[in-house]
Design a protein around this ligand. Structure first.
Ligand code: SF4
Length: 377
């Protein structure tokens, strides 16, 4: 089988994506150690199949590569407790070092990049389950910047295809996306106020779209931050931060429904329960969290952009917003409970909580479904 042709693309991405370099020595090769199943497309399988005949690789290939009838594809099972059997002692990939990046299956070559094939461009960001990517994305003090770059790739089949061009234009998707990001980066407001404003914007945009006036969403977006800041009338009812007990219940429900039995999750849930009994610790925890507000902002901007909110899943803009708001509430709650317990909040605590969240939103079967049910309920 021939390798797909290399194609050139215009790609929109946060500037930090260009700075990212995978280096297993910085993260103890974390992604090669998760018990993930790496799925093979036909082209990658053909490359690996040839290696099965090579005595240098045959033993390890036989151990890792299996046919998965339910998924109807070949899969690399990381069966070894120490992770992928191609991982060398120096934390680098033996296949890549010996045969180059071209040999790799798409998932290994592309992770942690998440790429959407839009009608005119690619949109690409990094999944924050990778600790090296998360540091690049979250630690800068200034707002996340975006850039347009040229990209050559033969891995188009791995990119996630967005809806058709007509639909994207009809709902003014790019206006929804960039206005949302501008609101999330509006530093004259606290994050909770930005979240409220985002909800207002998406509600108004939805009204326009549903009444056949979708072409006005661009104008709404242009006027939105300034207009809304000068008309804070206090009449809106959304409480962006949510009631703490409700957020804790959501956290417990969603992790239970997604059968998340990890030690880390148990410790977040029990820490959260203790936090509910410490109302007097809230102001100090909020102060500690405010010192890392830029990290929370970067997480939200990255998630909103990377998952194509407010069209991350089938459903109205408002339904998408509710899920996005739930992610914000849960992350904030986790961080407040850590701050309350320790009387301090370090950058690493924020990185850990973001990784916990990103692992679940990206890799835990049922987590997002459970979150959607709970957010709609
Ligand atoms: S992709 Fe990220 S998690 Fe995986 S080895 Fe590279 S730096 Fe580590």
């Amino acid at each position: 089988m021939q390798q797909s042709a290399v194609r050139d693309y215009d790609c929109i991405q946060p500037v930090y994506v260009g700075r990212f370099q995978c280096d297993g020595r910085l993260c103890d090769s974390l992604c090669c150690r998760y018990q993930w199943d790496i799925q093979f497309d036909a082209e990658s399988y053909e490359r690996y199949r040839r290696l099965q005949e090579d005595p240098v690789w045959a033993g390890r290939m036989a151990r890792e590569l299996t046919w998965e009838p339910e998924m109807k594809c070949h899969v690399f099972h990381h069966s070894d407790p120490d992770g992928c059997s191609f991982l060398r002692e120096d934390k680098l990939c033996a296949l890549q070092r010996a045969l180059g990046e071209e040999i790799l299956v798409d998932a290994c070559a592309e992770y942690p990049r998440k790429t959407h094939l839009m009608p005119d461009v690619l949109e690409r960001a990094l999944c924050l389950t990778c600790p090296v990517a998360a540091k690049e994305a979250l630690l800068a003090k200034e707002p996340m910047q975006f850039e347009q770059v040229k990209l050559s790739s033969h891995r188009e089949s791995y990119f996630q295809r967005a809806d058709n061009a007509e639909m994207i234009r009809a709902i003014c998707f790019y206006d929804l996306q960039w206005t949302g990001i501008a609101i999330l980066q509006e530093r004259k407001l606290k994050i909770s106020e930005r979240m409220r404003m985002l909800g207002d914007f998406l509600k108004q945009a939805e009204d326009l779209a549903q009444t056949g006036r979708g072409e006005q969403i661009g104008a709404l977006g242009e006027a939105f931050p300034a207009k809304q800041m000068s008309s804070q009338d206090g009449s809106r009812t959304v409480m962006p931060d949510g009631d703490m007990e409700t957020v804790w219940r959501m956290l417990s429900d969603v992790t239970q429904k997604s059968e998340d039995d990890s030690e880390e999750t148990h410790s977040y849930i029990s820490r959260g329960r203790s936090f509910l009994a410490k109302a007097d610790a809230v102001p100090e925890a909020e102060r500690l969290l405010s010192l890392h507000e830029h990290m929370l902002e970067h997480y939200l901007v990255n998630e909103y952009f990377m998952e194509l909110y407010p069209c991350a899943f089938m459903g109205s803009f408002t339904e998408n917003y509710r899920v996005f708001l739930s992610l914000y509430r849960m992350l904030r709650f986790l961080l407040l409970s850590v701050a309350a317990e320790r009387g301090a909040l370090a950058e690493q605590d924020v990185l850990d909580a973001v990784r916990w969240m990103s692992l679940r939103t990206n890799h835990y079967m049922g987590f997002m479904e459970a979150l959607r049910e709970t957010a709609d309920g």
